[in-house]
Design a protein around this ligand. Structure first.
Ligand SMILES: Nc1ncnc2c1ncn2[C@@H]1O[C@H](COP(=O)(O)OP(=O)(O)OP(=O)(O)O)[C@@H](O)[C@H]1O
Ligand SMILES: [Mg+2]
Length: 607
C-alpha cells in the first residue's frame, strides 16, 4: 500500500508523521528533533537553507531569513495583516504583480507558496530518509479558520514541493483524530489550538466506530505566539528608547536578536517567574560606543502584556460554544494543542472558562501531524474504519442586487456539501448576469471576502424577474469551493473553481463590485420575503407596545417571567430571520409572534 505522510505545516514549526503497522509515529529529522522550524534562508553564496540550520544563522543573515511565512500565505498585498508583517519583519516583503505578496531573498523574489514549498519539501525529505523510499502523497493541515484562498495556496505549495496533497485537513480536527484514535470513546471535546501564528477552536463529537464530527469551529488566523513575542519586543524597544533615545527597529539584525530573545524569555516564563533578557552590543550609540540591552521580565509583566490576546481566544471559545449550541458542561474534555498552551496563564484561562481542567495528555507539538498521518492512512486503506466530518468555517454565498450577501452555505455546515438556490434577473432584458462569489459572515456584501466572479451570458430577453438562474455551490473535502450557474431555460452553464481573485487590489475589487451592480441576480423569493417581513414587523411592533404593561402585570410570578423571556426570544429570532432576508425562517416565526401577541392582549385585557 502506498505510504502517505501527514504534515503539520506550522507558522513556527513543522512536523511530519506516518502510520506504521497501525501506529502513528512522528518522524524525527536528521538532528533527532521531532519538529523543524518553518524557516527558510538563502546564504551569501546562494545556498538555500531550511529548518534548524536556517534558524541558527537567522541573526547574522536576518534580511535573508524567512520565518512565519504562513501568516502571508493566500493573502493580498494590501491586507492589514500583510501591512503589519511588512512593518515588523526582518526580511523584505514586496508587492507582487497581482497584488500578491513576494519575499525577497538575495535580490530574488519568491512567492509565498514557493517559500512554504521549501518547508514542505524538507518534511518530505525527512520522511524519505527515515523510510528509505520516496514519498509522493501527503495530507497537509491548515488552520480551521483558513479561507479558500489560503487553502488553495497551501495546496499549491504542496504541488511545488512535488507532493500530491491528497487531502487538506483542519489542524484542530487532526488533533482530535489523534486524541481519539484507537480509544473507542464517545465524547464531546473542544480542541483549543494556540500556536505560533494562529488560534483555532473546534468542538467535535467523537462517536463510536471512529466517527469524528465537527460541530463548530472558529478562530483567528492572525493571533498566535508571534503576537505575544511582538508585545515583548515592543516592551523592550520602548524601554530602550526611553533609556537611550534610540529606536532598535531600524536595525534588522537587532530586530532579529530581539525576536529571538523575546521568544526565549516567553518560553522560560512558562516554568520560572522571572527571566533576564540580556543582549550585549545590541547597537552602536552613534558615538562609536556599543550599547547593551539588559532587562528583567517577570511572568506577571508578560501576562499583562498578553492579557488581551488571551482574552480574545476566550471570546472566540464563547462564540463557538454558542454556535455549537452547547453549554460548557456539555463539553466533556478540552484538549490543548500548540506550543503557546504551555503558558500557565493560558491554561488557567482555558480552565476557568470551560470550568474543567484541560487534558494535557496529547503532545501539543506533535498531535496535529499525527492526526494528518492517521487521516492519510485511512484515505488509502479502506479497511480502516474512520469517518471524518468537518465543517466549513465561513459562510459562502453570492452578492445579489442591492449589494446584499445571499448565503448559500451557512457557516459550520458539514463538508463536503453542495447547495443550490434559484435567482432571477434584476432588470428587464438582462442578457448576462455576474456571479460574485463571496465568503464571510456579513449581510452586507462589501464586508465579506470576494473569492471570484464569473459571467453567465446569452440569457433570453425578458422582463426582470422572469429568467431563472440556478446557482450551485460545492465544497469538497479539502474545503475548496467551486460554483456554477445555470440558465434553467436553456440549460446554459458556467462554472469556476474559486481561485480567481487573489491577484486583485482592493480598489479593483471595489470597482468590480460597483460595475457588477446592474448585472447581478436578484433573489427570487423577494416578494414572498417582503410580505412575510411586513407581517412579522407589524406583530413585533404590537408586541413591543404591550411589553411594559405585560411586564408590570406578570413580572411577579415565575410563570410570567418565563413567558416574557420566551416572548423576547421569539422577537429576537424573528428579527434575525428578517436580517437574514430568509423568507422561510420569517414565516416560521410568524406563528410564534401571533401566539405571543394573542397572549399579551389576553393578559392586558384581563386587568
Ligand atoms: N514553553 C513554552 N511557553 C510558551 N510558549 C511556547 C513554549 N514553547 C513553545 N512556545 C510557543 O509556541 C509557538 C509555537 O507553537 P506551535 O509549534 O504549536 O505553532 P505552529 O504549529 O508552528 O503554528 P500555527 O499552528 O499557529 O501555524 C511559538 O510562538 C513558541 O514560542
Ligand atoms: Mg500548529
Amino acid at each position: 500500500m502506498e505510504k502517505v505522510i501527514g504534515i503539520d505545516l506550522g507558522t513556527t514549526n513543522s512536523c511530519v508523521a506516518i502510520v506504521e503497522n497501525g501506529t502513528p509515529v512522528v518522524i524525527p529529522n536528521r538532528g533527532g528533533y521531532k519538529t523543524t522550524p518553518s524557516m527558510v534562508a538563502v546564504t551569501e553564496a546562494g545556498k538555500r537553507l531550511v529548518g534548524h540550520i536556517a534558524k541558527r544563522q537567522a541573526i547574522t543573515n536576518a534580511e535573508n531569513t524567512v520565518y512565519a511565512a504562513k501568516r502571508l500565505i493566500g493573502r493580498k498585498w494590501n491586507s492589514p495583516q500583510v501591512k503589519n508583517a511588512v512593518a515588523t519583519s526582518s526580511y523584505r516583503i514586496v508587492e507582487g504583480p497581482h497584488n500578491d505578496v513576494r519575499i525577497v531573498l538575495r535580490d530574488k523574489e519568491f512567492s509565498v507558496p514557493e517559500i512554504s514549498a521549501m518547508v514542505l519539501q524538507e518534511m518530505k525529505v525527512i520522511a524519505e530518509d527515515y523510510l528509505g523510499e520516496t514519498v509522493s502523497k501527503a495530507v497537509v493541515t491548515v488552520p480551521a479558520y483558513f479561507n479558500d484562498n489560503q487553502r488553495q495556496a497551501t495546496k499549491d505549495a504542496g504541488e511545488i514541493a512535488g507532493l500530491d496533497v491528497i487531502r487538506i485537513i483542519n489542524e484542530p480536527t487532526a488533533a482530535a483524530l489523534s486524541y481519539g484514535f484507537g480509544r473507542n470513546i464517545e465524547k464531546t471535546v473542544a480542541v483549543y489550538d494556540f500556536g505560533g501564528g494562529t488560534f483555532d477552536i473546534s468542538i467535535l463529537e467523537i462517536g463510536a466506530h471512529g466517527v469524528f464530527k465537527v460541530i463548530a469551529t472558529a478562530g483567528d488566523t492572525f493571533l498566535g505566539g508571534e503576537d505575544v513575542d511582538a508585545r515583548i519586543i515592543d516592551w523592550l524597544v520602548s524601554g530602550f528608547k526611553e533609556e537611550h533615545g534610540i529606536d532598535l527597529r531600524q536595525d534588522r539584525m537587532a530586530l532579529q536578536r530581539l525576536k529571538d530573545a523575546a521568544e526565549k524569555a516567553k518560553c522560560e516564563l512558562s516554568s520560572v517567574r522571572e527571566t533576564e533578557v540580556n543582549l550585549p552590543f545590541i547597537i552602536s550609540s552613534g558615538r562609536n560606543e556599543a550599547l547593551h540591552l539588559q532587562r528583567t521580565l517577570t511572568r506577571q509583566t508578560l501576562e499583562e502584556l498578553s492579557d488581551d490576546l488571551i482574552e480574545r481566544t476566550v471570546d472566540i471559545c464563547k462564540q463557538t460554544l454558542e454556535d455549537a449550541k452547547l453549554g460548557k458542561d456539555e463539553v466533556e474534555e478540552v484538549v490543548l494543542v500548540g506550543g503557546m498552551t504551555r503558558m500557565p496563564k493560558i491554561q488557567q484561562s482555558v480552565q476557568s472558562f470551560f470550568e474543567k481542567e484541560p487534558n494535557k495528555g496529547v503532545h501539543p507539538d506533535e498531535v496535529v501531524a499525527l492526526g494528518a498521518a492517521i487521516q492519510g492512512a485511512a484515505l488509502v486503506d479502506d479497511k480502516q474504519e474512520m469517518v471524518l466530518l468537518d465543517v466549513t468555517p465561513h459562510a459562502l454565498g453570492i452578492m445579489t442586487f442591492g449589494s446584499y450577501f445571499e448565503e448559500l452555505i451557512p457557516q459550520n455546515t458539514t463538508v463536503p456539501t453542495h447547495r443550490t438556490k434559484i435567482f432571477t434577473t434584476s432588470r428587464d432584458n438582462q442578457t448576462a448576469v455576474k456571479i460574485l462569489v463571496m465568503q464571510g459572515e456579513s449581510q452586507r456584501a462589501e464586508e465579506n471576502e470576494l473569492l471570484g466572479e464569473f459571467i453567465l451570458t446569452g440569457l433570453r430577453r425578458a422582463p426582470k424577474g422572469q429568467v431563472e438562474i440556478e446557482v450551485t455551490f460545492e465544497i469538497n473535502a479539502d474545503g475548496i469551493v467551486s460554483v456554477r450557474a445555470k440558465d434553467l431555460e436553456t440549460g446554459l452553464e458556467q462554472s469556476i473553481q474559486v481561485t480567481a481573485t487573489s491577484g486583485l487590489t482592493k480598489d479593483e475589487i471595489k470597482s468590480m463590485m460597483e460595475n457588477a451592480k446592474d448585472d447581478l441576480v436578484d433573489r427570487r423569493t423577494s416578494e414572498e420575503f417582503e410580505a412575510a417581513k411586513q407581517e412579522a414587523e407589524k406583530l413585533i411592533g404590537e408586541i413591543e407596545k404591550l411589553f411594559p404593561q405585560v411586564q408590570q402585570i406578570v413580572a411577579s410570578s415565575d410563570f410570567g417571567r418565563d413567558a416574557i423571556e420566551k416572548a423576547k426570544a421569539i422577537v429576537d429570532k424573528a428579527r434575525a430571520a428578517i436580517e437574514k432576508r430568509d423568507a422561510a425562517a420569517v414565516k416560521e416565526q410568524i406563528e410564534g409572534l401571533t401566539r405571543t401577541h394573542r397572549m399579551f392582549k389576553g393578559v392586558v385585557a384581563k386587568t
